[in-house]
Design a protein around this ligand. Sequence first.
Ligand SMILES: Nc1ncnc2c1ncn2[C@@H]1O[C@H](COP(=O)(O)OP(=O)(O)O)[C@@H](O)[C@H]1O
Ligand SMILES: [Mg+2]
Length: 230
Amino acid sequence: MIVVKDLVRQFKSGDRTIKPVNGVSFELDKGSLASIVGKSGSGKSTLLSLLGALDKPTSGDVVVDGVSLAGLPDGKLTEYRRRDIGFVFQQFNLIPNLSAVDNVMLPMEFAGMRKAARLQRARELLEQVQLDPEKHSRRTNRLSGGEQQRVAIARALANEPKLILADEPTGNLDEQTGEHIIELLSSLSRDHDTTILVVTHDRSLAQKTGRCFRLQQGRLTEEVRTGLRR
Ligand SMILES: Nc1ncnc2c1ncn2[C@@H]1O[C@H](COP(=O)(O)OP(=O)(O)O)[C@@H](O)[C@H]1O
Ligand SMILES: [Mg+2]
């Protein structure tokens, strides 16, 4: 479970101070899929960076399964980021001239897994994200956008993270491909019991997640839903 407590991140911009994250609190249960919507510049990426320990808050805390990030030294924060977080970005951030399977194996190599085990797990993950087996060995710059995002999601899953942070993962995809990616994230949160937080400015995609938050003027509010969704 992720508990976010009164998180604040301020930036100096000239002689002004801006607070894109200004007192954000929420909790996410293990295995839930939630979305954050908000205008461009509203602080969505800033908030994800704080949750993934890519950045440090001005004040407040993120508590992951009882461990407070504010209390961790830098070395432990790096460990948290590598071991417990999977990132998925709009630009996919794959290594273009490596194959799909090699891209997925990379984080496992950093984690010290043996080559044969890495290869086997990478192939299983690519199957789970439904990448056509004949494309597993293809260089990722020769895959379509939707296929590249599937590879990026498989890579994010490689070390069995507690939390997947996806920053506009459908931003570079057409509508239908974007829907497939959200459905994939939804089934992964269910099957792996992985907590997934997706930033999107596509409201129809946000409707497909179990919970939906809006970030506005530094504050997060939850949209009330009716009906049964995860
Ligand atoms: N490292 C930084 N230094 C200064 N200002 C920043 C920094 N990162 C983000 N900002 C500012 O914080 C605000 C929120 O940015 P961001 O989190 O990227 O918004 P979003 O992802 O919702 O589009 C913007 O005004 C942006 O310019
Ligand atoms: Mg952003």
